[in-house]
Design a protein around this ligand. Structure first.
Ligand SMILES: [Zn+2]
Ligand SMILES: [Zn+2]
Length: 337
């Protein structure tokens, strides 16, 4: 008999993290049951732990960048054989509102997010809608499969920036998102790709994934780019963008700032140089595109996984994100390895 309870990490409304016993998830008719196998942590988890993420529904079982092993596929046995590796799109959407119909499910009016508003991966078992699960070849491995979610966010950002071929590109911020965007931009035929980051410990990782020019932000003075991806989510970076754009340049905002942050923009500059300011929020409908792309991005994705913690040390995993030279921290699930 299967146990009637599972262990899970829970964060309460005060940000307190504890390991609790919860009822074993009972998958609905449209869901499959998986055992999480790897899960990235990111800034969203930190905001949830600081109890400063208004979308979160407490108590939260966190974990939204996940891969898992199929335990019980219900009526989806043909698509999801028991034991197969899946990556999971964390955005559970209605499929019917005008944003869903326009290919912007990230803006769905009924958006539910695994690990934010419904149970996440930091647990022994998890029920997910079958339509959110994607079988990934075993040879990818759980860690790379768990990088598909951030890769999908990078795909969304590059698509929103338009045709990158031959363009001179700067990515600000050598974190997971910035480096995935930079590697993807090269793959998409960008001309020159620069990465900037004030943390020199991250420069070596950027070079290791094939970026040719990695600089401190101070070295950008006088340089100009066709597209600047602001993936740092840091005020000094956002303040620098306007001065770095060529005429017809694009400011692509993907880094997450505090909602109250303000940076000055001169309307005259936007007018005179015909600049565009575009946002990219989450992964929209790009998850399957990222699954298809992963074989080409696999080496870089693997190289970006720099820290691993047991899921039961969730607190320590999230704290590790601030460490110099750390890019992606993932949770490990010993029961599946
Ligand atoms: Zn994330
Ligand atoms: Zn919708």
């Amino acid at each position: 008999m299967a146990n009637s309870t599972i262990r899970a990490v829970e964060i309460d409304a005060h940000g307190t993290v504890s390991v609790v016993e919860r009822a074993r998830p009972a998958p609905a008719a449209d869901e499959i049951l998986i055992a999480p196998a790897a899960c990235g942590v990111c800034g969203t988890d930190l905001h949830i732990m600081k109890a400063e993420f208004p979308q979160a529904v407490y108590p939260v079982v966190p974990g939204h960048e996940l891969s898992g092993i199929v335990v019980s596929p219900g009526r989806f046995a043909a698509e999801f054989p028991i034991g197969s590796l899946v990556a999971v799109d964390p955005n559970v959407v209605c499929g019917e509102c005008r944003f869903c119909l326009a290919g912007r499910p990230n803006l769905c009016v009924k958006l539910q997010v695994i690990g934010v508003t419904r149970q996440g991966a930091a647990s022994e078992l998890l029920a997910v809608p079958a339509r959110n699960a994607f079988v990934v070849p075993d040879e990818a491995g759980p860690e790379v499969a768990a990088m598909i979610e951030p890769l999908a966010c990078a795909v969304n950002a590059t698509e929103r920036a338009g045709d990158l071929r031959g363009r001179r590109i700067l990515v600000m911020g050598a974190g997971t998102m910035g480096l995935l965007i930079a590697v993807l931009a090269r793959h998409l035929g960008a001309g020159e790709v620069w990465v900037s980051d004030p943390a020199e410990a991250k420069h070596a990782i950027a070079y290791a994934v094939g970026i040719g020019t990695v600089v401190l932000p101070s070295a950008l003075a006088g340089e100009h780019f066709d597209i600047v991806f602001e993936a740092a989510g840091a005020l000094p970076a956002a303040r620098q963008v306007m001065d770095l754009l060529h005429p017809m340049g694009i400011w692509m905002q993907i880094g997450v700032h505090a909602p109250e942050t303000i940076v000055g923009v001169k309307p005259f500059d936007v007018f005179e140089r015909e600049l565009s300011i575009i946002g990219s929020n989450s992964l929209a409908d790009k998850f399957s595109a990222a699954v298809a792309l992963m074989p080409q991005m696999r080496e870089a994705a693997q190289a970006l996984v720099t820290s691993r913690f047991s899921v039961w040390d969730f607190d320590a995993a999230v704290q590790s994100m601030g460490e110099a030279g750390s890019v992606k921290t993932q949770l490990t699930f010993s029961t599946n390895s």
